[in-house]
Ligand binder design. Structure first.
Ligand code: C5P
Length: 290
């Protein structure tokens, strides 16, 4: 048994889709995407794993309200999924008490449950040398975003989100995340989408992006194809984007299927000032400098 199975601070970092192009649709209804995603270091949910007599999930923290603690929660599904794969690798995952501290809003387009599930997969993967690869190969069974959250480094995702290629971003602009407090259900956005066959991402330079301005220049030729539809469903997304623009963000866009939007700034000071201005204006919005 791995001595580190029981652990207090397992990070489930937020995922931000810097660009998200919808380029087609599969027969099963899932959409084909091309997306560049990055992960925050500090803006995260947190998990702790402790021994228990039977599996149990406790959800706490500022965004715990409304999060199920039974099998509907993807974290418990990820535990059962991992235990099954671990058994085949000859490893027993004992009953666990998982404490999930929800610091990230849900229905927010920044990973949420997928990030939580991926964090548990990443942690339990340490139980056997072969387990991480096995889990990565089948993580999409838990949800289309789980593979990218499991990877958790800058990447381009294709297919339904499961075909991953790491990219190098040497210098990220400072980023501010803003959520207007209204969750958006991903299926409702995909379901209402009008145009499902858009142009692919522009070519990503072979060596990735060597400066923040390279990345910004590239992003200006990309889109989030879910943004207009999500704004129509949840107008506060448009208000949050307008809020970012008023702060002088060099770039502002929605992440995933919303409702979180992100602003990019030249430096951390500007991002902090923008955060303060938005909090003054909208004290009930969630604002985080990433
Ligand atoms: O896989 P997951 O349960 O996270 O996806 C939630 C919903 O988002 C799916 O039921 C589907 O409606 C939509 N979706 C999609 N195409 C993707 C990813 C998600 O249509 N590539």
């Amino acid at each position: 048994m791995n001595a580190n199975l029981f652990e207090d601070c397992i990070a489930a970092p937020a995922k931000i889709n810097l660009a998200l192009h919808v380029v087609g649709r599969q027969q099963d209804g899932y959409h084909l995407l091309e997306s560049v995603a990055v992960f925050t270091e500090r803006v995260a949910d947190w998990l702790s794993v402790q021994p228990a007599v039977e599996d149990r999930l406790i959800v706490e923290g500022p965004f715990a309200a409304g999060v199920p603690t039974d099998h509907r929660n993807i974290v418990l599904r990820a535990l059962v999924f991992t235990r099954g794969h671990a058994r085949k690798a000859g490893v027993d995952v004992p009953p666990l008490l998982i404490r999930l501290t929800k610091m990230l809003p849900h229905g927010a387009g920044i990973g949420g449950g997928s990030a939580d599930a991926a964090a548990l997969l990443r942690h339990l993967g340490t139980l056997s040398p072969t387990l991480p690869e096995t889990l990565a190969e089948s993580a999409a069974e838990l949800g289309a975003d789980v593979p990218m959250c499991l990877h958790s480094r800058p990447l381009v995702a294709r297919g339904i989100g499961e075909a991953l290629e790491e990219i190098s971003i040497k210098q990220m602009p400072a980023m501010l995340l803003v959520n207007p407090g209204r969750p958006v259900a991903t299926p409702s956005v995909f379901g209402a989408l009008q145009n499902r066959e858009n142009a692919p991402l522009p070519t990503i330079p072979d060596n990735g992006f060597s400066s923040a301005s390279d990345l910004l220049g590239w992003l200006r030729n990309t889109r989030n194809d879910l943004e207009e539809t999500a704004k129509a469903i949840e107008p506060s997304i448009g208000e949050a984007l307008a809020g970012l623009q008023r702060t002088g963000a060099a770039f502002a866009r929605m992440s995933g299927s919303g409702s979180t939007v992100f602003g990019l700034y030249d430096n951390a000071h500007e991002a902090q000032d923008a955060a303060a201005a938005i909090v003054r204006d909208q004290p009930n919005w969630w604002v985080a400098v990433a």
